[in-house]
Write a protein that binds this ligand. Structure first.
Ligand SMILES: NC(=O)C1=CN([C@@H]2O[C@H](COP(=O)(O)OP(=O)(O)OC[C@H]3O[C@@H](n4cnc5c(N)ncnc54)[C@H](OP(=O)(O)O)[C@@H]3O)[C@@H](O)[C@H]2O)C=CC1
Ligand SMILES: O=C1CO[C@H](CO)[C@@H](O)[C@@H]1O
Length: 336
């Protein structure tokens, strides 16, 4: 009988080489990513690219970045080892392609692309070029997720029977995230996380049913999906841009139940509740998006090791998640 949860095996940022990074886009996530990477690692963000030379300059000055590029083409032509694609959902494919064609490794914001076809094309290109490519599902690089990974590998929960996971954040007033013309709606911004989680825990799971009413903007404001693996295991997924929900993830097993208190996709605690009443927990500071730096360290670790994909977010897993997204969308008549 164990008396504590496993310690996470996350990579020490100081143990990986300092690579030269370029960033495409100067928006919300680009700002957070560069801030935390600069603060917590020795990775060097040396160039930023924007559609506007002015915005590139402002971003570069604000973050102490050497090169401000007035176009994405100019950015990928710089001497960088890896490009972080931080533009909107519908632009990931073309901007990642631009970087790969220029011979750069890529870390691409989620969803890598909103469709199975475009994701497969990008994966194929990265493989043809023998370049590193990863979808920035940063949760999977967090210490918290490594604790879960080890709990699952050690079969501490018994037979997994159910996953329930929700993710609700009030984003109704967010122009990009609710604009259907920019791929806005509950799927691309939020739903990808709970679907990824269900698929990560129960890899053969399929979407059985889904419903997602449209908000006044025309985007799907929230959706529920029911998943099953054909062997009796089920997952329920809920994502909403219309209200804040606990955003808790639960893995129910025959021997114990694991709970990731919300928001499950960010840094936070892990609790395992055994059927005999014992509870084991592991905790870390709830540092919000500050935890983004872990994915940059994972990228550096992989590139240094000569890997073209990360075992934390293999490209086939990215494809599996977008397959679930596409199936759920089809059931709710929501074009990508
Ligand atoms: N990992 C995470 O926790 C998070 C991930 N994300 C993901 O990151 C991506 C970007 O989200 P976010 O940072 O919130 O978005 P923003 O709208 O804040 O930034 C997007 C950037 O894309 C660039 N861009 C290029 N073409 C266009 C266009 N036609 N219209 C508008 N912007 C354009 C702009 O940079 P410029 O003008 O300088 O060229 C802009 O700053 C999304 O795919 C989202 O899913 C978002 C939030 C959190
Ligand atoms: O990936 C994401 C996670 O956090 C953000 C806000 O809290 C979301 O909007 C976003 O798309």
């Amino acid at each position: 009988m164990i008396d504590s949860l496993p310690q996470p095996r996350t990579t020490d940022p100081a143990s990986v080489p300092a690579f030269r990074w370029g960033v495409i886009g100067t928006g919300w996530i680009a700002d957070r990513f560069v801030t935390t990477v600069t603060r917590n690692t020795s990775q060097r963000v040396v160039a930023v690219g924007s559609r506007s030379p002015e915005r590139a300059r402002e971003f570069a000055e604000g973050h102490g970045i050497e090169m401000a590029c007035g176009s994405y083409e100019e950015l990928v032509a710089q001497d960088v080892d890896v490009v972080y694609v931080a533009t909107g959902h519908l632009d990931h494919a073309s901007h990642a392609r631009l970087a790969l064609e220029a011979g750069r490794n890529v870390l691409v914001e989620k969803p890598m692309t909103p469709t199975v076809e475009a994701t497969r094309e990008l994966v194929e290109l990265a493989r043809d070029k023998d370049l590193f490519c990863m979808e920035a599902v940063w949760s999977l690089a967090l210490p918290r997720f490594d604790v879960v990974r080890q709990v699952l590998a050690a079969d501490l929960l018994g037979r997994i029977e159910a996953v329930t996971v929700d993710m609700g954040e009030y984003l109704v007033d967010h122009r990009r995230a609710m604009d259907p013309a920019q791929g806005g709606g509950a799927m691309n911004d939020l739903g990808i996380y709970p679907l990824m989680f269900a698929d990560w825990v129960l890899p053969r799971v399929e979407v059985v049913a889904a419903a997602g009413p449209r908000h006044a903007t025309g985007a799907v404001g929230q959706f529920m999906a029911l998943l099953g693996d054909g062997e009796g295991r089920q997952a329920s997924v809920f994502a909403s841009m219309l209200t804040d929900t606990p955003s808790v993830a639960v893995i129910g097993g025959s021997e114990a139940t694991l709970v990731l208190d919300g928001p499950f996709y960010r840094p936070g605690p892990v609790e395992v509740r055994f059927r005999d009443g014992r509870v084991l927990s592991w905790d870390e500071p709830r540092i919000h998006h500050e935890g983004l730096f872990h994915e940059a360290v994972e990228v550096a670790r992989c590139i240094a090791a000569g890997l073209t994909e990360s075992p934390l977010r293999p490209l086939e897993a990215t494809i599996a998640t977008v397959e679930l997204m596409e199936r759920a969308r089809a059931l709710m008549n929501d074009p990508a």
